[in-house]
Design a protein. Structure first.
Length: 494
């Protein structure tokens, strides 16, 4: 029966299973990479920090965003070499997801054969959550690459069986690489350590021996120990995530749907012939999908932290299970319809591309993000007059001036007391309300940069209340422009 399964020529099969997903994912990532020259607020943080010197970044990390320190230093190096652009900002994420697709494909091939591996590798880049972060200037795609790389190493170690073909084979280099991969992921975002309980579940499912479990405990323990100083230090900056809403039932609908799809993939895996003893695609993919999601839900009951990007790497588990289902479909179809079986995986991928086309187009549009700091900078450049003042409400909207300083040349930032670089912060330190009021009363014309009405939230800051009060009492609106989630209002003295 299994001899009827269609296969590419054996000489090419080993390389095609990972090369095709890499080329496919890179193509998806390069498609619309600039998003019409838009950069949203999260990416603006990366952009403005990457433009600082290494010393200035280190100074900032003592006060804010220590959890992303390694990523900022990496992006600083890339900006120094290649210059600041949307391509430099996002291409690392594209390459990282491509690497993750290659690892997923190799895991699938090792556990369930060529078609399962190829289907898993091609599926990863099509998942809507992955589509979003595939073109995102943030560290989550890099974490996904590291986590899938660690999973590939674990699978190779667990599925190795001593025998005449590999007598006395040493495994410590791969265990060392496993620990380093987990550690680097944790230094990029320490919530990636949720991959470890997923791997523990895989070891339990596969009934791994004491030797394997002992080495895994040693490697994973070393990774946790290496990340512990960052975890403890960054907990002191937990105000950064205070905006995340508490967990609600409707927030768990998405994870529930993903787990249901993953369960179907695990069920379909029964039709795949096991290729690595007790280690199956279900034993690897289902824990990788479910455990990080459930773990983050559990943490969110203590402190709200539930954001899908923190466990983006769990989508590799879903891709593995989708690949297992496709591989099983090929096995079932091949005996009676061998030609159809050979076209099954590319056909399903083609149908998925067409079905998800609205999603794919939407993720590549500026409207897919809450705002665009570059578009509002262009509006400021058109509306400003030399000698005008500029205000930002809230102060975090100063990011547009930090990313596009040329657009603000000639404008006086009258609320700013210490620059972001000098204060070691992302948005700088503003003067007290009384000084802001006095400075504002001395102006004839003011540009206010804030959020568009649809996304604006009431500000409780005394400084922002002082700005709004003076503008309302002493100034009148002469122009008002809203563009891609941001707003520029021009005020003149009454």
């Amino acid at each position: 029966m299994f001899s009827d399964i269609p296969r590419p020529p054996s000489g090419r099969r080993r390389h095609l299973v990972w090369l095709l997903p890499v080329l496919w994912t890179v193509s998806l990532g390069l498609w619309g990479l600039s998003r019409q020259d838009s950069v949203w607020r999260d990416e603006a943080a990366t952009w403005q920090v990457a433009g600082r010197s290494a010393g200035e970044i280190w100074h900032m990390l003592a006060n804010v965003d220590a959890v992303h320190g390694l990523y900022y230093l990496l992006m600083h190096g890339l900006f120094e070499v290649f210059g600041a652009s949307t391509t430099t900002l996002r291409l690392p994420s594209v390459l990282a997801v491509a690497a993750a697709a290659a690892c997923v494909a190799l895991v699938g091939r090792r556990l369930a054969g060529f078609w399962a591996g190829l289907g898993a590798g091609l599926a990863l880049g099509l998942l809507p959550a992955v589509q979003f972060y595939l073109q995102e200037g943030r560290p989550y795609a890099l974490v996904a690459a590291g986590a899938t790389g660690a999973t590939l190493l674990l699978v190779s170690l667990v599925s190795d069986r001593p025998g005449r073909d590999r007598p006395g084979r040493r495994t410590w280099p791969r265990w060392t690489a496993y620990g380093l991969a987990v550690l680097v992921c944790a230094l990029l975002n320490w919530l990636s350590l949720l991959v470890l309980p997923a791997h523990a579940a895989t070891l339990w499912w596969a009934r791994a021996g004491r030797g394997v479990c002992g080495r895994w405990l040693l490697a994973s323990g070393a990774a946790v120990a290496g990340a512990l100083p960052l975890i403890l230090f960054s907990r002191g900056q937990s105000d950064q995530v205070s905006w995340i809403p508490p967990l609600t039932w409707h927030m768990m609908i998405g994870p529930g749907i993903l787990l249901a799809i993953g369960g179907l993939g695990a069920w379909a895996d029964r039709w795949n012939r096991p290729r690595a003893g007790r280690l199956t695609t279900a034993a690897v993919g289902l824990p990788l999908l479910a455990v990080p999601q459930l773990g983050l839900i559990g943490l969110s009951l203590v402190q709200p932290l539930f954001l899908d990007r923190y466990v983006l790497f769990s989508m590799a588990g879903l891709a593995l299970l989708i690949g297992a289902a496709l591989g099983a479909a090929v096995r079932v179809t091949a005996p009676r319809f061998p030609r159809v079986a050979g076209l099954l995986v590319p056909g399903v991928v083609g149908v998925a591309v067409l079905a998800l086309l609205p999603v794919e187009l939407g993720k590549r549009a500026p409207a897919s993000r809450v705002d665009d700091v570059l578009a509002v900078a262009g509006a400021v450049a058109r509306l400003k007059h030399d000698g005008d003042a500029v205000l930002f409400v809230p102060a975090a909207r100063r990011d547009t001036a930090l990313v596009s300083p040329a657009a603000f040349t000639g404008l006086a930032d009258i609320a700013l007391a210490r620059t972001p670089v000098a204060s070691g912060t992302l948005k700088g330190e503003e003067a007290d309300p009384a000084r802001i009021r006095a400075a504002l009363l001395a102006q004839e014309r003011v540009l206010l940069v804030t959020d568009a009405a649809k996304v604006a939230k009431p500000s409780g800051s005394d400084r922002d209340k002082a700005k709004a009060a003076v503008l309302k009492e002493r100034f009148r609106v002469v122009e008002d422009h809203q563009v891609r989630g941001r707003r520029v209002t021009v005020y003149e003295r009454r």
